[in-house]
Every structure is written in C-alpha cells, then in structure tokens.
Design a protein around this ligand. Structure first.
Ligand code: SAH
Ligand code: DHB
Ligand code: MG
Length: 223
C-alpha cells in the first residue's frame, strides 16, 4: 500500500468517527468543485483541529486570511458563540461569492463577514476600524506574504491570542534554506519571525493525510 493510500485510509477512519461532515460542509465542497475552485481546503480532521483550537481559546473573534469556498471558515465559525464574529479576507471575488453562499447555507451569515481584496490592503483598513482583538488568526492565503500576515496578526491580537499558519511544510520544502520559491521564502520568513519575536512563542506540527505531507505552525502571543 502506498503511503498516500494509507494516509487516506487513516484520515477516513478518524474523519468518519471524529469529524464527520454534515450537509453544509459537504455542500460547501460540492459547490466549490462545481464552481471550479481548486481542491485546497483543509481536510475534515484539520478543520476539526482548527475548531478545537478556537474552542480551547474560548474565541469570540476570529480572523481568517484566505477564505476560498469557506470550508475552513465553517469549521472555525462553529466554535463561536452566537454573538461571536469571524472576518475572512479573500482576494478573489469569485471565491468570496461561493464562500458567502456556503456560509449562508450553513446558517453562519450573521457571524461571518467575507471581505474581498488583497489581504495586505484589507488588513490596514480593518486595523483602522479598531476591532476588538482577535483571539485566533488563521493564515491560509498567498504563502509568499506569510511573514506580513504574522506581523498583522500580532498587531490585531492580544496577549494569549493564537496565530495558526497553514501549509508550512509543503512536502518538506520548508527545510530547504536555498529555496527561491516565493511560498517557501515567505513561509521561512514567517517561521523565523515567530522564532525571533519577543512577543511570540511557537512550534510547528507536521501532518500527513489526504492532502499529502504538510503542516501547521502555531504561535501564541505573549504579554
Ligand atoms: N482556508 C481555506 C483555503 C484557502 S486557499 C480552506 O481551508 O477552506 C487560499 C485562498 O487565499 C484562495 O482562495 C486565494 O484566492 C486566497 N488568496 C490568495 N492571495 C490572496 C491575497 N493576497 N489576499 C487574500 N486572499 C488571497
Ligand atoms: C495550496 C494552498 C493551500 O492553502 C493549501 O492548503 C494547499 C495548497 C496551494 O496554493 O497549492
Ligand atoms: Mg491551506
């Protein structure tokens, strides 16, 4: 059995018991596919992982950078109380449209707001609104800008906030100090910022599963 078949089988086993997808999650993926969006959402076990992190945080305010079809958004928003809020930033108007419909069908349109545009333009506007600090920030957009997204996450958070960065392993490419791929250069810069910043402490967790070999970085904001 190849590694990836084994990883699929194990993901299926855990997912079927611990993170089954309800109608709204299944429909979100179906409509994402029908609209021709790429198959790069987090997996169900990863979505449940993000949801658990938000619950452990007692999150009331979540920021997501990179919405796609709103699949990870649904998992995260379900961790929020009724008066909670999730803002998700998405570059593509087409992706944001698909996500907005998926979120409405999931009954989450009152607490989730999708904002269209390049995140590095949306973030300063968001900061100008003086929002309450985000308890959790999930970074999952263009990886080349990961260092900038960690900097913005820090600016928009509080002591105790959690910053999660998706796709930090990329099949192991992260370990290549000579890489010139913008995604790897940007992600290494984010990791090295987490390492060096006096207000951040973090780690990274390698993952395998139906999306292959990748991982999450986790950083906690200090006082
Ligand atoms: N979080 C989603 C997957 C996001 S895929 C999930 O797991 O379900 C990455 C998304 O980031 C894509 O929709 C892409 O359009 C968006 N993106 C790319 N560059 C961006 C930018 N500069 N600003 C905001 N979003 C961006
Ligand atoms: C890609 C982006 C993602 O956010 C992801 O989870 C997997 C792959 C990509 O751009 O290839
Ligand atoms: Mg991702």
């Amino acid at each position: 059995m190849s590694g990836s078949q084994l990883w699929d089988d194990v993901d299926f086993y855990f997912s079927s018991h611990l993170s089954p997808e309800d109608d709204a999650l299944q429909a979100a993926l179906r409509d994402s596919e029908a609209a021709g969006l790429p198959h790069i959402s987090v997996t169900a076990p990863q979505g449940k992982f993000l949801q658990l992190l938000a619950e452990i945080q007692g999150a009331r305010n979540i920021l997501e950078i990179g919405t796609l079809a709103g699949y990870s958004t649904i998992w995260l928003a379900r961790a929020l109380p009724e008066d909670g809020r999730l803002i998700s930033l998405e570059y593509s108007a087409k992706h944001a449209d698909v996500a907005t419909r998926n979120l409405a069908r999931a009954g989450l349109d009152r607490i989730v707001e999708v904002r269209v545009g390049p995140a590095l333009e949306s973030l300063p506007k968001l900061a100008d609104e003086n929002p309450p600090p985000f308890d959790l920030v999930f970074i999952d957009a263009d990886k080349a800008n990961n260092r900038h997204y960690v900097e913005w996450a820090l600016r928009l958070s509080r002591a105790g906030s959690l910053i999660v960065v998706d796709n930090v392993v990329r099949g192991g490419k992260i370990a290549d100090a000579d890489s010139t791929e913008p995604d790897i250069v940007g992600t290494r810069a984010a990791i090295e910022l987490i390492a060096a910043h006096p207000r951040l402490t973090g780690t990274a967790v390698q993952t395998v599963g139906s999306k292959g070999y990748d991982g999450f970085a986790l950083a906690r904001v200090l006082g």
